[in-house]
Design a protein around this ligand. Structure first.
Ligand code: SDX
Length: 432
Protein backbone atom coordinates (compact mmCIF):
# COMPACT_ATOMS: atom_id res chain seq x y z
CA UNK A 1 0.00 0.00 0.00
CA UNK A 2 1.64 3.28 -1.08
CA UNK A 3 1.99 6.23 1.35
CA UNK A 4 -0.26 8.39 -0.82
CA UNK A 5 -3.08 5.83 -0.93
CA UNK A 6 -6.19 6.81 1.10
CA UNK A 7 -6.82 4.38 3.96
CA UNK A 8 -9.03 3.70 6.97
CA UNK A 9 -7.37 2.26 10.07
CA UNK A 10 -9.45 -0.21 12.07
CA UNK A 11 -8.29 -0.79 15.64
CA UNK A 12 -9.24 -3.63 17.98
CA UNK A 13 -9.84 -1.77 21.28
CA UNK A 14 -9.23 -4.94 23.33
CA UNK A 15 -5.88 -5.92 21.81
CA UNK A 16 -4.74 -2.63 20.33
CA UNK A 17 -4.03 -4.35 17.01
CA UNK A 18 -5.02 -2.32 13.95
CA UNK A 19 -5.30 -2.82 10.23
CA UNK A 20 -5.06 -0.32 7.40
CA UNK A 21 -7.76 -0.74 4.75
CA UNK A 22 -7.58 0.98 1.34
CA UNK A 23 -10.28 3.55 0.39
CA UNK A 24 -11.48 3.37 -3.23
CA UNK A 25 -13.09 6.41 -4.88
CA UNK A 26 -15.73 6.26 -7.61
CA UNK A 27 -16.52 8.89 -10.26
CA UNK A 28 -19.20 10.35 -7.96
CA UNK A 29 -20.95 9.16 -4.82
CA UNK A 30 -19.67 7.53 -1.61
CA UNK A 31 -16.15 6.09 -1.57
CA UNK A 32 -15.73 2.52 -0.30
CA UNK A 33 -13.48 0.87 2.27
CA UNK A 34 -11.97 -2.19 0.62
CA UNK A 35 -12.36 -4.94 3.26
CA UNK A 36 -11.20 -7.87 1.11
CA UNK A 37 -8.10 -8.35 3.31
CA UNK A 38 -9.99 -7.97 6.61
CA UNK A 39 -10.49 -11.67 7.41
CA UNK A 40 -6.94 -12.64 6.47
CA UNK A 41 -5.52 -9.80 8.60
CA UNK A 42 -7.91 -9.85 11.60
CA UNK A 43 -9.82 -13.16 11.55
CA UNK A 44 -13.05 -11.10 11.53
CA UNK A 45 -15.83 -10.86 8.93
CA UNK A 46 -17.87 -7.71 8.32
CA UNK A 47 -21.55 -8.09 9.28
CA UNK A 48 -24.24 -6.41 7.12
CA UNK A 49 -27.19 -8.88 6.66
CA UNK A 50 -29.37 -6.64 4.46
CA UNK A 51 -26.43 -4.97 2.73
CA UNK A 52 -27.39 -1.51 4.06
CA UNK A 53 -23.75 -0.34 3.92
CA UNK A 54 -22.10 -2.80 1.55
CA UNK A 55 -20.90 -2.20 -2.00
CA UNK A 56 -21.08 -5.55 -3.81
CA UNK A 57 -19.35 -4.56 -7.06
CA UNK A 58 -18.03 -1.80 -9.28
CA UNK A 59 -20.46 -0.67 -11.96
CA UNK A 60 -20.64 1.93 -14.72
CA UNK A 61 -24.33 1.54 -15.50
CA UNK A 62 -26.56 3.34 -12.96
CA UNK A 63 -25.97 5.92 -10.26
CA UNK A 64 -28.52 6.81 -7.56
CA UNK A 65 -28.26 9.65 -5.03
CA UNK A 66 -30.91 8.86 -2.42
CA UNK A 67 -30.66 12.21 -0.64
CA UNK A 68 -30.94 14.30 -3.82
CA UNK A 69 -33.41 12.01 -5.63
CA UNK A 70 -31.01 11.51 -8.55
CA UNK A 71 -31.14 8.52 -10.94
CA UNK A 72 -28.67 8.43 -13.86
CA UNK A 73 -28.02 5.77 -16.50
CA UNK A 74 -24.47 5.93 -17.92
CA UNK A 75 -24.40 9.59 -16.74
CA UNK A 76 -27.72 10.65 -18.29
CA UNK A 77 -30.46 11.84 -15.88
CA UNK A 78 -33.61 9.68 -15.96
CA UNK A 79 -35.79 12.75 -16.55
CA UNK A 80 -33.88 13.56 -19.77
CA UNK A 81 -33.97 9.97 -21.01
CA UNK A 82 -37.73 9.71 -20.42
CA UNK A 83 -38.37 13.03 -22.15
CA UNK A 84 -35.94 12.77 -25.09
CA UNK A 85 -35.20 9.07 -25.69
CA UNK A 86 -37.08 5.81 -26.20
CA UNK A 87 -36.96 2.20 -24.96
CA UNK A 88 -34.74 0.91 -27.75
CA UNK A 89 -32.17 3.70 -27.46
CA UNK A 90 -31.97 3.49 -23.65
CA UNK A 91 -31.62 -0.31 -23.90
CA UNK A 92 -28.67 0.23 -26.26
CA UNK A 93 -27.21 2.79 -23.82
CA UNK A 94 -27.45 0.45 -20.82
CA UNK A 95 -25.99 -2.50 -22.73
CA UNK A 96 -23.20 -0.70 -24.59
CA UNK A 97 -22.32 2.33 -22.44
CA UNK A 98 -23.02 5.19 -24.88
CA UNK A 99 -25.93 6.54 -26.90
CA UNK A 100 -25.94 4.99 -30.41
CA UNK A 101 -25.38 6.91 -33.63
CA UNK A 102 -28.06 6.49 -36.32
CA UNK A 103 -26.47 3.39 -37.86
CA UNK A 104 -25.88 1.71 -34.49
CA UNK A 105 -29.45 2.53 -33.49
CA UNK A 106 -30.97 1.09 -36.65
CA UNK A 107 -28.81 -2.07 -36.44
CA UNK A 108 -29.78 -2.61 -32.78
CA UNK A 109 -33.44 -1.93 -33.41
CA UNK A 110 -33.44 -4.39 -36.32
CA UNK A 111 -31.64 -7.07 -34.28
CA UNK A 112 -34.02 -6.82 -31.32
CA UNK A 113 -37.07 -6.68 -33.58
CA UNK A 114 -36.03 -9.81 -35.48
CA UNK A 115 -35.47 -11.76 -32.26
CA UNK A 116 -38.96 -11.11 -30.81
CA UNK A 117 -40.47 -14.42 -31.98
CA UNK A 118 -40.09 -17.41 -29.64
CA UNK A 119 -39.61 -21.04 -30.69
CA UNK A 120 -43.02 -22.54 -31.46
CA UNK A 121 -42.40 -25.23 -28.83
CA UNK A 122 -42.39 -22.51 -26.15
CA UNK A 123 -46.16 -22.27 -26.64
CA UNK A 124 -46.38 -25.71 -25.05
CA UNK A 125 -44.66 -24.41 -21.90
CA UNK A 126 -47.65 -22.20 -21.23
CA UNK A 127 -50.18 -24.96 -21.80
CA UNK A 128 -48.83 -26.85 -18.80
CA UNK A 129 -49.97 -24.09 -16.43
CA UNK A 130 -53.48 -23.59 -15.07
CA UNK A 131 -55.17 -20.58 -16.69
CA UNK A 132 -55.34 -18.89 -13.27
CA UNK A 133 -51.58 -19.29 -12.63
CA UNK A 134 -49.98 -15.99 -11.60
CA UNK A 135 -48.22 -14.63 -14.72
CA UNK A 136 -45.01 -14.19 -12.70
CA UNK A 137 -44.97 -17.94 -12.00
CA UNK A 138 -45.35 -18.52 -15.74
CA UNK A 139 -42.54 -16.07 -16.51
CA UNK A 140 -40.16 -17.75 -14.04
CA UNK A 141 -40.76 -21.06 -15.84
CA UNK A 142 -40.79 -19.80 -19.40
CA UNK A 143 -37.66 -17.64 -19.13
CA UNK A 144 -35.66 -20.29 -17.27
CA UNK A 145 -36.80 -22.79 -19.90
CA UNK A 146 -35.34 -20.67 -22.73
CA UNK A 147 -31.96 -22.17 -21.73
CA UNK A 148 -33.22 -25.38 -23.34
CA UNK A 149 -33.77 -23.69 -26.71
CA UNK A 150 -30.63 -21.68 -27.26
CA UNK A 151 -27.69 -24.06 -26.85
CA UNK A 152 -25.85 -21.92 -29.41
CA UNK A 153 -25.60 -18.97 -27.01
CA UNK A 154 -24.89 -20.43 -23.57
CA UNK A 155 -21.10 -20.08 -23.59
CA UNK A 156 -20.76 -17.02 -21.33
CA UNK A 157 -17.04 -16.67 -22.18
CA UNK A 158 -17.81 -16.14 -25.87
CA UNK A 159 -18.47 -12.41 -26.41
CA UNK A 160 -20.68 -13.00 -29.46
CA UNK A 161 -22.79 -15.57 -27.58
CA UNK A 162 -23.15 -13.16 -24.64
CA UNK A 163 -24.39 -10.52 -27.03
CA UNK A 164 -26.86 -12.88 -28.75
CA UNK A 165 -28.24 -14.02 -25.39
CA UNK A 166 -28.63 -10.41 -24.27
CA UNK A 167 -30.48 -9.53 -27.47
CA UNK A 168 -32.68 -12.62 -27.31
CA UNK A 169 -33.67 -11.95 -23.69
CA UNK A 170 -34.56 -8.29 -24.31
CA UNK A 171 -36.42 -9.15 -27.51
CA UNK A 172 -38.35 -12.15 -26.24
CA UNK A 173 -39.39 -10.85 -22.83
CA UNK A 174 -42.08 -8.71 -24.43
CA UNK A 175 -43.43 -11.66 -26.39
CA UNK A 176 -43.40 -13.96 -23.36
CA UNK A 177 -45.02 -11.31 -21.15
CA UNK A 178 -47.79 -10.81 -23.69
CA UNK A 179 -48.23 -14.58 -23.99
CA UNK A 180 -48.55 -14.84 -20.19
CA UNK A 181 -51.32 -12.23 -20.32
CA UNK A 182 -53.13 -13.87 -23.24
CA UNK A 183 -52.90 -17.30 -21.60
CA UNK A 184 -54.40 -15.98 -18.34
CA UNK A 185 -57.44 -14.54 -20.16
CA UNK A 186 -57.97 -17.52 -22.47
CA UNK A 187 -57.20 -15.66 -25.69
CA UNK A 188 -54.91 -16.90 -28.47
CA UNK A 189 -51.27 -15.83 -28.51
CA UNK A 190 -50.54 -12.96 -30.90
CA UNK A 191 -47.30 -13.10 -32.90
CA UNK A 192 -44.95 -10.10 -32.93
CA UNK A 193 -45.39 -7.52 -35.70
CA UNK A 194 -41.98 -6.42 -36.98
CA UNK A 195 -43.40 -3.22 -38.46
CA UNK A 196 -44.00 -1.81 -34.95
CA UNK A 197 -41.71 -0.28 -32.34
CA UNK A 198 -41.10 -2.27 -29.16
CA UNK A 199 -43.80 -0.70 -26.97
CA UNK A 200 -46.43 -0.70 -29.75
CA UNK A 201 -45.61 -4.31 -30.62
CA UNK A 202 -46.00 -5.28 -26.98
CA UNK A 203 -49.40 -3.57 -26.70
CA UNK A 204 -50.59 -5.25 -29.90
CA UNK A 205 -49.48 -8.69 -28.66
CA UNK A 206 -51.35 -8.01 -25.40
CA UNK A 207 -54.57 -6.44 -26.61
CA UNK A 208 -55.27 -7.42 -30.23
CA UNK A 209 -57.40 -10.43 -31.16
CA UNK A 210 -57.38 -12.32 -34.48
CA UNK A 211 -61.04 -11.49 -35.03
CA UNK A 212 -60.52 -7.75 -35.32
CA UNK A 213 -58.19 -5.15 -36.79
CA UNK A 214 -56.13 -3.45 -34.07
CA UNK A 215 -54.65 0.03 -34.14
CA UNK A 216 -52.15 0.87 -31.40
CA UNK A 217 -53.21 3.97 -29.47
CA UNK A 218 -50.17 6.30 -29.76
CA UNK A 219 -50.87 7.80 -26.33
CA UNK A 220 -50.68 4.36 -24.73
CA UNK A 221 -47.66 3.37 -26.80
CA UNK A 222 -45.78 6.47 -25.66
CA UNK A 223 -46.78 5.90 -22.03
CA UNK A 224 -45.71 2.23 -22.27
CA UNK A 225 -42.35 3.25 -23.75
CA UNK A 226 -41.74 5.72 -20.90
CA UNK A 227 -42.84 3.23 -18.22
CA UNK A 228 -40.35 0.71 -19.62
CA UNK A 229 -37.54 3.29 -19.48
CA UNK A 230 -38.40 4.23 -15.89
CA UNK A 231 -38.18 0.61 -14.71
CA UNK A 232 -35.11 -0.48 -16.70
CA UNK A 233 -32.33 -0.47 -14.10
CA UNK A 234 -31.72 0.65 -10.56
CA UNK A 235 -28.17 -0.09 -9.36
CA UNK A 236 -27.74 -3.15 -7.09
CA UNK A 237 -31.37 -3.70 -5.97
CA UNK A 238 -32.44 -7.11 -4.67
CA UNK A 239 -33.29 -8.70 -8.03
CA UNK A 240 -30.21 -7.31 -9.79
CA UNK A 241 -28.04 -8.60 -6.95
CA UNK A 242 -29.76 -11.99 -7.38
CA UNK A 243 -28.92 -12.00 -11.09
CA UNK A 244 -25.30 -11.07 -10.34
CA UNK A 245 -24.93 -13.78 -7.68
CA UNK A 246 -26.45 -16.39 -10.01
CA UNK A 247 -24.20 -15.18 -12.82
CA UNK A 248 -21.11 -15.37 -10.60
CA UNK A 249 -21.51 -19.17 -10.55
CA UNK A 250 -21.33 -19.04 -14.38
CA UNK A 251 -24.99 -20.10 -14.73
CA UNK A 252 -26.34 -19.38 -18.20
CA UNK A 253 -27.96 -15.94 -18.75
CA UNK A 254 -31.51 -17.29 -19.16
CA UNK A 255 -31.29 -19.04 -15.76
CA UNK A 256 -29.84 -15.85 -14.21
CA UNK A 257 -32.69 -13.68 -15.52
CA UNK A 258 -35.22 -16.26 -14.27
CA UNK A 259 -33.68 -15.88 -10.80
CA UNK A 260 -34.11 -12.11 -11.07
CA UNK A 261 -37.78 -12.54 -12.00
CA UNK A 262 -38.32 -14.75 -8.95
CA UNK A 263 -36.77 -12.16 -6.62
CA UNK A 264 -38.60 -9.21 -8.20
CA UNK A 265 -41.94 -10.95 -7.54
CA UNK A 266 -41.71 -10.28 -3.79
CA UNK A 267 -44.16 -7.64 -2.43
CA UNK A 268 -41.28 -5.71 -0.86
CA UNK A 269 -39.74 -5.31 -4.31
CA UNK A 270 -41.36 -5.41 -7.73
CA UNK A 271 -44.52 -7.07 -6.43
CA UNK A 272 -45.42 -3.79 -4.68
CA UNK A 273 -47.07 -2.29 -7.79
CA UNK A 274 -49.76 -4.97 -7.69
CA UNK A 275 -50.07 -4.57 -3.90
CA UNK A 276 -50.59 -0.80 -4.24
CA UNK A 277 -53.70 -1.25 -6.39
CA UNK A 278 -55.02 -3.95 -4.06
CA UNK A 279 -54.36 -1.63 -1.09
CA UNK A 280 -56.19 1.27 -2.78
CA UNK A 281 -59.11 -1.04 -3.52
CA UNK A 282 -59.18 -2.12 0.14
CA UNK A 283 -59.07 1.49 1.38
CA UNK A 284 -61.96 2.19 -0.97
CA UNK A 285 -62.56 5.87 -0.17
CA UNK A 286 -60.83 8.91 1.29
CA UNK A 287 -62.68 8.61 4.60
CA UNK A 288 -60.83 5.36 5.37
CA UNK A 289 -57.34 6.76 4.71
CA UNK A 290 -56.64 7.69 8.38
CA UNK A 291 -57.52 4.13 9.44
CA UNK A 292 -54.93 2.69 7.05
CA UNK A 293 -52.31 5.27 7.94
CA UNK A 294 -52.68 4.18 11.57
CA UNK A 295 -52.42 0.51 10.54
CA UNK A 296 -49.19 1.28 8.64
CA UNK A 297 -47.75 2.93 11.77
CA UNK A 298 -48.83 0.14 14.13
CA UNK A 299 -45.83 -2.10 14.85
CA UNK A 300 -48.17 -4.93 15.77
CA UNK A 301 -49.83 -4.77 12.38
CA UNK A 302 -47.88 -6.28 9.45
CA UNK A 303 -49.63 -3.84 7.08
CA UNK A 304 -47.34 -1.37 5.31
CA UNK A 305 -48.28 1.47 3.01
CA UNK A 306 -47.42 -0.24 -0.27
CA UNK A 307 -45.60 1.97 -2.75
CA UNK A 308 -44.07 3.99 0.10
CA UNK A 309 -40.49 3.93 1.34
CA UNK A 310 -37.21 3.01 -0.26
CA UNK A 311 -33.84 1.71 0.93
CA UNK A 312 -31.96 4.39 -1.00
CA UNK A 313 -34.30 7.30 -1.75
CA UNK A 314 -34.76 9.36 1.41
CA UNK A 315 -36.16 12.45 -0.26
CA UNK A 316 -38.17 11.43 -3.29
CA UNK A 317 -38.06 8.72 -6.00
CA UNK A 318 -37.61 10.65 -9.27
CA UNK A 319 -39.44 7.88 -11.10
CA UNK A 320 -42.53 8.36 -8.94
CA UNK A 321 -42.58 12.06 -9.85
CA UNK A 322 -42.47 11.27 -13.57
CA UNK A 323 -45.08 8.51 -13.26
CA UNK A 324 -47.42 10.77 -11.29
CA UNK A 325 -47.26 13.31 -14.14
CA UNK A 326 -47.90 10.57 -16.71
CA UNK A 327 -50.76 9.09 -14.70
CA UNK A 328 -52.54 12.42 -14.85
CA UNK A 329 -51.78 12.84 -18.57
CA UNK A 330 -52.76 9.31 -19.67
CA UNK A 331 -56.02 9.34 -17.70
CA UNK A 332 -56.94 12.76 -19.08
CA UNK A 333 -56.11 11.78 -22.66
CA UNK A 334 -58.11 8.57 -22.27
CA UNK A 335 -60.94 10.50 -20.67
CA UNK A 336 -60.80 8.28 -17.58
CA UNK A 337 -61.83 9.74 -14.23
CA UNK A 338 -59.98 7.26 -12.00
CA UNK A 339 -61.07 7.60 -8.38
CA UNK A 340 -58.08 5.51 -7.35
CA UNK A 341 -55.73 8.20 -8.65
CA UNK A 342 -57.58 10.78 -6.55
CA UNK A 343 -57.41 8.38 -3.61
CA UNK A 344 -53.68 7.77 -4.16
CA UNK A 345 -52.93 11.51 -4.30
CA UNK A 346 -54.94 12.12 -1.10
CA UNK A 347 -53.18 9.20 0.60
CA UNK A 348 -49.81 10.65 -0.45
CA UNK A 349 -50.81 14.11 0.83
CA UNK A 350 -51.93 12.83 4.24
CA UNK A 351 -48.98 10.45 4.68
CA UNK A 352 -46.43 13.14 3.83
CA UNK A 353 -47.88 15.39 6.54
CA UNK A 354 -47.64 12.62 9.16
CA UNK A 355 -44.58 12.74 11.49
CA UNK A 356 -44.17 8.92 11.29
CA UNK A 357 -43.54 9.08 7.53
CA UNK A 358 -41.60 12.35 7.71
CA UNK A 359 -39.22 11.08 10.42
CA UNK A 360 -38.58 7.84 8.51
CA UNK A 361 -38.30 9.67 5.18
CA UNK A 362 -40.96 7.50 3.59
CA UNK A 363 -42.06 8.88 0.22
CA UNK A 364 -43.93 7.36 -2.74
CA UNK A 365 -41.65 5.08 -4.75
CA UNK A 366 -41.77 3.91 -8.36
CA UNK A 367 -44.57 1.46 -7.57
CA UNK A 368 -47.00 3.95 -6.09
CA UNK A 369 -48.31 5.44 -9.35
CA UNK A 370 -47.28 2.89 -11.98
CA UNK A 371 -50.24 0.60 -11.30
CA UNK A 372 -52.75 3.39 -11.89
CA UNK A 373 -51.44 3.97 -15.42
CA UNK A 374 -51.15 0.25 -16.16
CA UNK A 375 -54.74 -0.31 -15.00
CA UNK A 376 -55.91 2.57 -17.23
CA UNK A 377 -54.09 0.90 -20.13
CA UNK A 378 -56.13 -2.27 -19.57
CA UNK A 379 -53.65 -4.52 -17.75
CA UNK A 380 -54.92 -6.71 -14.88
CA UNK A 381 -53.07 -6.10 -11.57
CA UNK A 382 -51.50 -9.56 -11.83
CA UNK A 383 -49.58 -8.35 -14.90
CA UNK A 384 -48.04 -5.28 -13.21
CA UNK A 385 -44.94 -7.06 -11.89
CA UNK A 386 -44.52 -8.86 -15.21
CA UNK A 387 -44.25 -5.44 -16.86
CA UNK A 388 -41.68 -4.44 -14.25
CA UNK A 389 -39.72 -7.63 -15.09
CA UNK A 390 -40.05 -6.89 -18.82
CA UNK A 391 -38.40 -3.50 -18.38
CA UNK A 392 -35.88 -4.62 -15.76
CA UNK A 393 -34.59 -7.38 -18.04
CA UNK A 394 -32.61 -4.67 -19.85
CA UNK A 395 -30.92 -3.71 -16.58
CA UNK A 396 -30.43 -7.30 -15.42
CA UNK A 397 -28.86 -8.30 -18.74
CA UNK A 398 -26.63 -5.20 -18.78
CA UNK A 399 -25.46 -5.80 -15.21
CA UNK A 400 -24.91 -9.52 -15.91
CA UNK A 401 -22.83 -8.68 -19.02
CA UNK A 402 -20.79 -6.09 -17.07
CA UNK A 403 -20.11 -8.65 -14.33
CA UNK A 404 -19.03 -11.43 -16.73
CA UNK A 405 -16.69 -8.99 -18.47
CA UNK A 406 -15.11 -8.00 -15.13
CA UNK A 407 -11.58 -9.56 -15.20
CA UNK A 408 -11.68 -10.36 -11.48
CA UNK A 409 -14.94 -12.36 -11.68
CA UNK A 410 -15.16 -14.87 -8.83
CA UNK A 411 -18.15 -16.78 -7.45
CA UNK A 412 -20.02 -14.75 -4.81
CA UNK A 413 -19.80 -16.54 -1.47
CA UNK A 414 -20.76 -14.51 1.65
CA UNK A 415 -19.85 -15.76 5.15
CA UNK A 416 -21.92 -15.50 8.38
CA UNK A 417 -22.03 -14.96 12.13
CA UNK A 418 -22.72 -18.48 13.46
CA UNK A 419 -25.06 -18.42 16.49
CA UNK A 420 -26.13 -22.07 16.46
CA UNK A 421 -25.21 -24.84 18.99
CA UNK A 422 -21.55 -25.44 19.86
CA UNK A 423 -20.09 -28.91 19.06
CA UNK A 424 -22.09 -31.74 20.67
CA UNK A 425 -22.21 -35.56 20.33
CA UNK A 426 -24.95 -37.57 18.68
CA UNK A 427 -27.37 -39.22 21.14
CA UNK A 428 -29.13 -42.42 20.12
CA UNK A 429 -32.90 -41.97 19.84
CA UNK A 430 -33.46 -44.48 22.71
CA UNK A 431 -31.56 -42.15 25.04
CA UNK A 432 -33.19 -38.81 24.09
C1 SDX B 1 -38.74 -1.39 -5.35
O1 SDX B 1 -33.90 -1.34 -4.18
C2 SDX B 1 -34.51 -0.82 -5.19
O2 SDX B 1 -33.94 0.00 -5.91
C3 SDX B 1 -35.92 -1.33 -5.43
C4 SDX B 1 -36.68 -0.66 -6.57
C5 SDX B 1 -36.04 -0.95 -7.92
O3 SDX B 1 -36.25 -0.16 -8.84
O4 SDX B 1 -35.40 -2.04 -8.05
O5 SDX B 1 -36.72 0.74 -6.38
C6 SDX B 1 -38.10 -1.19 -6.68
O6 SDX B 1 -38.65 -2.46 -4.80
C7 SDX B 1 -39.42 -0.23 -4.68
C8 SDX B 1 -39.96 -0.59 -3.25
C9 SDX B 1 -41.32 -1.27 -3.41
N1 SDX B 1 -41.77 -1.80 -2.10
C10 SDX B 1 -42.78 -1.23 -1.43
O7 SDX B 1 -43.36 -0.21 -1.78
C11 SDX B 1 -43.20 -2.02 -0.18
C12 SDX B 1 -43.40 -1.03 0.99
N2 SDX B 1 -42.11 -0.49 1.38
C13 SDX B 1 -41.31 -1.19 2.30
O8 SDX B 1 -41.58 -2.43 2.71
C14 SDX B 1 -39.93 -0.63 2.56
O9 SDX B 1 -40.02 0.72 2.58
C15 SDX B 1 -38.84 -1.07 1.60
C16 SDX B 1 -38.79 -2.55 1.48
C17 SDX B 1 -39.07 -0.46 0.26
C18 SDX B 1 -37.50 -0.56 2.14
O10 SDX B 1 -37.23 -1.28 3.30
P1 SDX B 1 -35.99 -0.88 4.25
O11 SDX B 1 -35.07 0.06 3.58
O12 SDX B 1 -35.42 -2.15 4.78
O13 SDX B 1 -36.69 -0.05 5.39
P2 SDX B 1 -37.20 -0.70 6.74
O14 SDX B 1 -38.09 -1.85 6.46
O15 SDX B 1 -36.02 -0.91 7.63
O16 SDX B 1 -38.11 0.48 7.32
C19 SDX B 1 -37.53 1.56 8.07
C20 SDX B 1 -38.67 2.05 8.97
C21 SDX B 1 -39.30 0.93 9.79
O17 SDX B 1 -39.88 1.55 10.93
P3 SDX B 1 -39.01 1.53 12.33
O18 SDX B 1 -38.75 0.05 12.63
O19 SDX B 1 -37.76 2.31 12.05
O20 SDX B 1 -39.94 2.16 13.33
O21 SDX B 1 -39.72 2.58 8.14
C22 SDX B 1 -40.89 1.77 8.31
C23 SDX B 1 -40.44 0.45 8.93
O22 SDX B 1 -41.50 -0.12 9.69
N3 SDX B 1 -41.44 1.58 6.96
C24 SDX B 1 -42.74 1.62 6.67
C25 SDX B 1 -42.81 1.45 5.28
N4 SDX B 1 -41.58 1.30 4.78
C26 SDX B 1 -40.74 1.38 5.83
N5 SDX B 1 -43.84 1.78 7.47
C27 SDX B 1 -45.03 1.77 6.83
N6 SDX B 1 -45.18 1.62 5.48
C28 SDX B 1 -44.10 1.46 4.69
N7 SDX B 1 -44.24 1.30 3.38
Amino acid sequence: MSDTEKTFTLTNDQTGESVKLPVRDGTIGPSVIDVRALYAETGHFTFDPSFTATGSCKSRITYIDGEEGILMHRGYMIEQLVEKSNFMEVAYLLLNGNLPDQTQYEDFRHTITYHTMVHEQVHNFFRGFRRDAHPMAVMCGAVGGLSAFYHDSLDIWDERQREISAHRLIAKMGTLAAMAHKYSIGQPFVYPDNSLDYASNFLKMCFSVPAEKYEVNPILAEAMDKILILHMDHEQNASTSTVRLAGSSQANPFACIASGIACLWGPSHGGANQEVLEMLAEIGNKKRIPEFIEKAKDKNDPFRLMGFGHRVYKNFDPRANVLKKYADQVLQELGIQDEQLELAMELERIALEDPYFIERKLFPNVDFYSGIILKAMGFPTSMFTVLFALARTVGWVSQWKEMIEEPSLRIGRPRQLYVGPAKRDYIDIKKR
